[in-house]
Design a protein around this ligand. Structure first.
Ligand code: ACO
Length: 434
């Protein structure tokens, strides 16, 4: 396919079987260029083949801008660095979902709406009895979020804005409670009810770490770090889990079912599960004597399935701006609390070694959002299995914003096609003759 080259190309031409067809070129507000092939199949009978969607824009979106070459990330136009420095997580959630930063009044009212929904229905607690004590909290999170749909059958209509609004508030309010209960279950402690006088992040730490037997006050530095981590995870345009939420939602499945599917997609170690996998890897390196070079060599060996977890990204071919913010936060927190974590030292050495190595340089593989986040969570006393759960709490506003945008745009059911490469028509052979 050749494009009509000009400062702003308007059409792309495709020649197939001697026939020339023109396709409009779409230019985004930041100058990104896409070829709109919506009419391709109708006019040629052919489809495109783009395995793993490396070149495919699945939608137009006005939520998050990401420039992987320059290492830029903005939510609704605001740089991530600015939001991370100045905002509370719920303010950023509001920005993603409603498109604008809230006024003081809107922020208060949003916080109040969330506070109203932090408790779980008492019957939901019995689900936790059915999970094995060592169940992975991501499995619990996905199941319990899916089960919310059975408790709120009054909020299933995806075209009713009031029902979507209350589901939005319920999800943002209840996800930390569901998550903290899964941790309490794993250690055999009683569930701690939310305390609505506390702000969002304090309340989560309260449900995680307080017990009926004693007083608990969250360390303000931990609250600040958690707020920052939730913000930098809050959206990342059409990543695997967000695309899953949009895909499921496109069949008009309710918001709870769509988010539950997104949690499943996030769990994988190539996506959000990399934060847990990264800490496991760093622990392994420390236990193995800290021989960083051995692991860098293993990651380069094509016969070995081992990869440096927390390294590389489909879109970023430069530093992941989130990793830069998180590393600075990690540095500050560990220094202030006089924590000497061998994992942080190994992580830094691993980063330096990999970034000097031609294999990583040529492939433009840099630390991603998951590389240092686990070190902060460890310093806060959060167990490793909960790391991806925290990613999910952070990503939730992004999922909701995309789900709503998809419906507002009147999207059709998402349904890719395929190039069939299986057997052609053949005759059936009865069992006794096979
Ligand atoms: N360690 C070693 N080699 C790597 C790594 C890594 N972490 N990441 C990519 N590569 C290599 C690949 O082997 C491939 O090499 P080749 O060209 O010789 O075949 C090349 O770099 C390109 O990698 P792909 O897998 O084709 O890139 P893709 O865009 O499909 O995958 C991904 C991106 C999944 C993030 C990948 O870099 C990876 O597996 N990283 C480790 C897991 C991880 O940290 N995931 C979190 C991502 S951020 C997030 O989702 C929140």
């Amino acid at each position: 396919m050749t494009s009509a080259v000009s400062a702003t190309p308007k059409m792309a031409r495709l020649v197939l079987d001697g026939k020339e067809i023109e396709f409009p070129v779409v230019v985004g507000s930041e100058g990104e260029v896409g070829i709109d092939i919506s009419a391709l199949r109708a006019s040629t009978g052919a489809i495109t083949l783009d395995e793993a969607y490396v070149n495919t824009g699945s939608t137009r979106s006005g939520i998050t801008f990401l420039d992987g070459e320059e290492g830029v990330l903005r939510y609704r136009g605001y740089p991530i660095e600015t939001l991370a420095q100045h905002c509370g997580f719920l303010e950023v959630a509001y920005l993603l979902i409603y498109g604008e930063l809230p006024t003081a009044e809107q922020a208060d009212s949003f916080r109040e709406d969330i506070r109203n929904h932090t408790m779980l229905h008492e019957d939901m607690k019995s689900f936790y009895n059915g999970f094995p004590r060592d169940a992975h909290p991501m499995g619990i999170l996905s199941s319990v979020v899916g089960a919310l749909s059975t408790f709120y059958q009054d909020a299933m209509d995806v075209h009713d804005p009031d029902q979507v609004e209350v589901s939005t508030h319920r999800l943002i309010a209840k996800l930390p409670t569901i998550a903290a209960y899964s941790y309490k279950k794993s250690i055999g402690h009683p569930f701690v009810y939310p305390k609505n006088s506390l702000p969002y992040c304090d309340n989560f730490l309260h449900m995680m770490f307080s017990t009926p037997a004693g007083e608990y006050h969250a360390d303000p530095d931990f609250v600040e770090a958690l707020n920052l981590l939730l913000i930098v995870h809050a959206d990342h345009e059409q990543n695997c889990s967000t695309s899953t939420v949009r895909m499921v939602g496109s069949s008009n499945a309710n918001l709870y079912a769509s988010v539950s599917a997104g949690i499943g997609a996030l769990w994988g170690p190539l996506h959000g599960g990399a934060n847990e996998a990264c800490v496991d890897m760093l622990e392994r390196i420390v236990e193995d004597g800290g021989n960083v070079k051995k692991y860098v060599d293993m990651a380069k060996d094509k016969k070995n399935h081992f990869r440096l977890m927390g390294f590389g990204h489909r879109v970023y071919k430069n530093r992941d701006p989130r990793a830069t913010i998180i590393k600075a936060c990690c540095d500050k927190l560990l220094q202030k609390h006089h924590v000497k974590d061998p994992l942080f030292e190994v992580a830094q050495e691993l980063e330096e070694t990999a970034l000097r190595d031609p294999y990583f340089v040529e492939r433009k593989l840099y630390p991603n959002v998951d590389f240092y986040s686990g070190v902060i969570y460890r310093a806060m006393g959060i167990p490793v299995q909960m790391f991806t759960v925290l990613f999910a709490i952070g990503r939730l506003p992004g999922w909701i914003a995309h789900w709503k945008e998809m419906h507002a745009d009147g999207s059709r059911i998402n349904r890719p096609r395929q190039i069939y490469v299986g057997p052609t028509r053949r005759d059936f052979i009865p069992t006794d003759q096979r």
